[in-house]
Design a protein. Structure first.
Length: 222
């Protein structure tokens, strides 16, 4: 090997040693940071999976409690105390929004069936619904508010929704507050957009008749 080659190798090794001396700490820190990011991400994935699993288990527990309460009511007995279920739903609210909303809807239904309308109203008001559930929550809450005599609040909650269920709910409120003409208009509008074979159609026709209207013939409603 030539002397010049040996000098070049020596010079290169010196450069490498100097570079490591000047940059070694940063290099090690960068590697450590990269490993921390990788392990941190893996921990976060496991943590999220555990939270979802726990939320599902808590949701299943709440569902089982609600099923038990509902079964008691269906058997002609007084519905079981729902306080424990309320606590389970409250726990879900801090774990998973979707599960909490679904459980709260069922809890409100059970509360209504047990004659606890005001508690059901409170349950529905506490829900922070997703866009997909908002219309359902608002309509159920509006019906309960109307039943409690809070007609203005109920109408405000329904707003200008044009689906058949909302139209009927608004018409019910207007009929109850002495406005049969407006109620007739909304019942007719609901029937116009309702399928002829819809199970609730006959009930809406009866409501229309009660406020002095004439149900449209099937051909007129389609």
């Amino acid at each position: 090997m030539a002397i010049d080659d040996l000098l070049d190798e020596h010079e290169q090794s010196e450069r490498v040693r100097n570079w490591l001396k000047n940059n070694g700490a940063g290099l090690i820190g960068g590697i450590a940071l990269g490993l921390a990011v990788i392990f941190g991400w893996q921990w976060w994935d496991r943590h999220q999976a555990q939270q979802k699993q726990q939320a599902f288990q808590d949701y299943a527990t709440a569902q089982a409690s609600l099923d038990k309460a509902t079964a008691a009511g269906a058997g002609g007995q007084k519905l079981a105390d729902l306080k424990s279920v309320q606590a389970e739903v409250a726990k879900l609210a801090a774990e998973n929004e979707l599960y909490a909303n679904l459980a709260a809807l069922r809890l409100a239904k059970a509360q209504v069936e047990s004659g606890k309308r005001d508690e059901a109203i409170a349950t529905l008001k506490a829900i922070k619904p997703t866009a997909e559930l908002k219309a359902v929550v608002d309509l159920r809450l509006a019906r309960l508010l109307a039943d409690a005599g809070k007609h203005d609040e109920a109408l405000k909650l329904i707003g200008n929704a044009t689906d058949a269920d909302s139209l009927v709910a608004r018409a019910d409120i207007l009929a109850a507050t002495g406005k049969p003409e407006q109620a007739r208009e909304l019942y007719l509008k609901a029937l116009t957009g309702m399928d002829v074979a819809a199970p609730q159609r006959r009930l809406v026709e009866l409501k229309l008749t009660d406020v002095g209207g004439t149900p449209p013939k099937p051909a007129e409603a389609t």
